[in-house]
Structures are given as C-alpha cells and as structure tokens.
Design a protein around this ligand. Structure first.
Ligand SMILES: [Zn+2]
Length: 403
C-alpha cells in the first residue's frame, strides 16, 4: 500500500449501510439492534462505529422507528413488561402503553386526530393532537415523532383501577409516554404528589369541553362493552428494512470487508434503502417477516421464547448464515445474513453450532452470547444454565395486587 492510500484511509472510511466513503469525523456509534428493544445492553457484536451519522439518523427514524412505533412494535413492547414489575420499586415502575386505534366519528377541530392507547390495568388514554405531514408517518403509531416535540397535543387518562399500586404505575407510564403533551386525569382528583405533572381540567374552556366529549364517548362505549369506531394504522412491511439493516451490521462485524464487498451485501443495502415495498419484495434477499415468520418458525418459537425478551439466534441453515428473532409476544422473523459458502466456511465453530443472545428491555439486561445447544438444553429442562437462571429470577415473583 502506498503512503498516499495510508493517508486517505486515515481520514475517510466506508459506511457499511450506504457503502460510501466519508470523512472519519462523520462516523457515529450505531446499535445494530434498536435501543428501544434492548439494543443498548447487548455486547459488542451488536455495535459498530462503521456507520455514518446520516445513515444512523435515517435508520433510527425510518427503519428502526417504523418497526418500533408501528402498531405491532407498540404491542411487542407491552408484552412481558408486566412480568418484571415489582412491588418494592413502584415509584420507578413504568409499563409501555399499547396503541389501540385512531378514533373516527368523534368531534374534533380541523387537522386534529384522536388516538386511543391502553395503559396498565386497562387504563384509557385519549391523545388529541394536530395532524402534520401524516403521509410520511402513517405507519407510526402516534404520528411524526419530530412534530410531537413541537405540538405534543393533549392527553387524557382515565383509571380503571382504584388500587394505589396500579394508579402509581399508570401515572408513571402515562408521564413517560406523553412527556411533552398537556396531561389530564379525567376520573380522579390529582393526588397532591403529582399536581405538578398534570394540568387542571377546566370544562368551561371550549377546547377542553370538546375533548371531553371524545373522552366520554370512549368511556361510555367501554362501560357498555361496545367497541368505538376506529381505524388501526398498520402496514405489512414494517420490518423488512430493519432486518436488512441488522444483517448488514452483523455480517460486517462477523466477516469484515469481504462481506461488505459481497454481492449479497449489496442486495441488503438496496433492501435497506428501498422505500417501495413491492420493489423491495422483488429483491432476492431471503428471510421471513414478522407477520409471516410464524409459519416457517412456528415449531421452534415455544422453545426459544423468553418472557419479555427479544431472543436473537445466529446459526447456519442449509449453508447460509441466518438470524432468527423471537419476540416477547411469541412472533418470529428471520433473515439470511449471507449465502456465500466461502464466507460461511470462515466463521468459527461457535457460529456453526449456533449462538443465542437474549435482551430484556424492561430491566435493561442481556445474556449471551450463549451456545445454542446450551440455551436449548436450559429451555427444555435438560441442563439448567447459571446465567439464564440468574436472568429468570429477575422476573417478578411478587404477587401483584388485582386490578
Ligand atoms: Zn452511510
């Protein structure tokens, strides 16, 4: 290598997501598995510094974000979180809210929408917010997250439990989810310790009065056990780009430059940045998505599933390196990281035997890499593993009060 090349590689580096050479100063720390799903506590195999800041930002909003903030992502974050609540730490207990639907046939101002979220023990939240640039954000439960910072709207919570434990968890969760919105409690006086966290309901204010009609409409329907008229925003393709991104990151970390320069990595890059679902489907990237993964992987899901955890498994299937993901809600998805037999043969025996990681977002803890046979032996009760047992005891053993 000439001195010139040495000098240029000091100041530029190739981004593994866009494939472009960029100044070294533009590179940032990228978590291959999204932080909101427990990526920040996974070990170094799941991190890279070889992603440019632009790709990191774009992927956060349009790739990770689309999955995390989708109807399904919101449901997944809700699954299992309850298993890690404890009685002793109630003041810090936060559960994710689950997105239910967008309400229709309710009185609203022009350019406003009302969305229905469910909180701990079935607490209702109605969020009324402006619609801004909705087309781009139609797959995001709750709309454009950037617009929410400027116009966060009004959020109304109604408790369904009178138990002090559940009221505290509901309030904590409501505050954590709607940080910037004006927050109101509808069917309860605000206890003095939380008075700074809530606005005062003034039914004589015209906007508040109109909002309360929406809130009452949902409460009445719920009491009568009727459903409210609503639409659920969902797409079938919220995970395709995320899987392509993860495969690029893992392939790079495990196999290096030869992988980055391979034809299959070029296909993954195309899949990562292709916005059109039909066009992306036509690319020969192999995998199975969140909604159809269940069919191919149904038999192994009960063995791999861990309460509240994302289970990530790498192994060799028919000569290809494959990532399989099992979600807290027992859904599964998978993608071929590489189908190049030469590259696969360079992988160590640990990968050939299969590797498993678990990450539990509710307690910010992960376990792994573990050999796949070790994980399976633990799961079927053949041979308990110390690390997995230590993780298992973190699950709530308290008897929580009834709702
Ligand atoms: Zn890039």
């Amino acid at each position: 290598m000439s001195d010139n090349q040495d000098a240029s590689s000091d100041v530029t580096r190739r981004c593994i997501y866009c494939g472009r050479d960029k100044p070294v100063v533009e590179f940032t720390d990228e978590h291959i598995w999204p932080d909101a799903l427990g990526g920040d506590c996974l070990p170094s195999t799941w991190r890279t510094n070889d992603v440019c800041g632009k790709c990191n930002n774009l992927a956060g909003l349009f790739v990770d974000g689309v999955f995390i903030k989708s109807f399904f992502g919101s449901a997944e974050r809700w699954h299992g979180a309850h298993d890690y609540l404890t009685l002793s730490d109630v003041d810090r207990a936060v559960l994710p809210l689950a997105y239910l639907s967008r309400l229709t046939d309710v009185p609203l101002a022009d350019n406003e929408v009302a969305e229905f979220w469910s909180g701990p023990c079935g607490a209702h939240v109605i969020h009324i917010r402006p619609t801004l640039d909705e087309a781009t954000w139609s797959s995001y439960a709750g709309g454009d997250p950037r617009a929410r910072k400027l116009a966060a709207g009004r959020a109304y919570m109604s408790f369904t439990s009178t138990n002090p434990f559940w009221i505290t968890v509901a309030v904590n969760s409501f505050k954590a989810h709607f940080r910037r919105a004006k927050r109101y409690l509808v069917n309860s006086n605000v206890p003095p310790q939380w008075s700074a966290d809530f606005s005062t309901l003034d039914p004589t204010d015209a906007m508040t009065a109109r909002d309360l009609v929406v809130v009452k409409h949902v409460a009445d329907a719920s009491r009568r056990k009727q459903s409210v008229r609503s639409t659920i925003e969902m797409r079938v393709d919220q995970d395709g780009r995320l899987l392509a991104k993860i495969a690029l990151g893992l392939g790079h970390n495990l196999l290096g430059k030869t992988f980055d320069d391979s034809p299959y990595a070029a296909l993954l890059r195309q899949a990562l940045w292709e916005k059109d679902f039909q066009k992306r489907q036509s690319l020969p990237v192999r995998g199975s998505g969140y909604l159809n993964g269940g069919n191919a992987l149904a038999a192994i899901v009960p063995v791999l599933h861990w309460p509240g955890a994302w289970v990530l498994m790498l192994n060799i299937v028919k000569g290809s390196l494959v990532l399989t993901v099992v979600s807290p809600g027992k859904m599964s998805m998978g993608i071929v990281v590489t189908d190049d037999s030469q590259l696969v043969s360079e992988l160590g025996p640990d990968v050939h035997d299969g590797i498993v990681w678990l990450t539990v977002p509710s307690i910010q803890e992960s376990v792994g890499p573990l050999p796949q046979p070790t994980y399976i032996a633990h799961q079927i009760g053949a041979e308990p593993n110390d690390m997995l047992q230590a993780l298992a005891v973190k699950r709530n053993r308290d008897v929580l009060p009834p709702c």
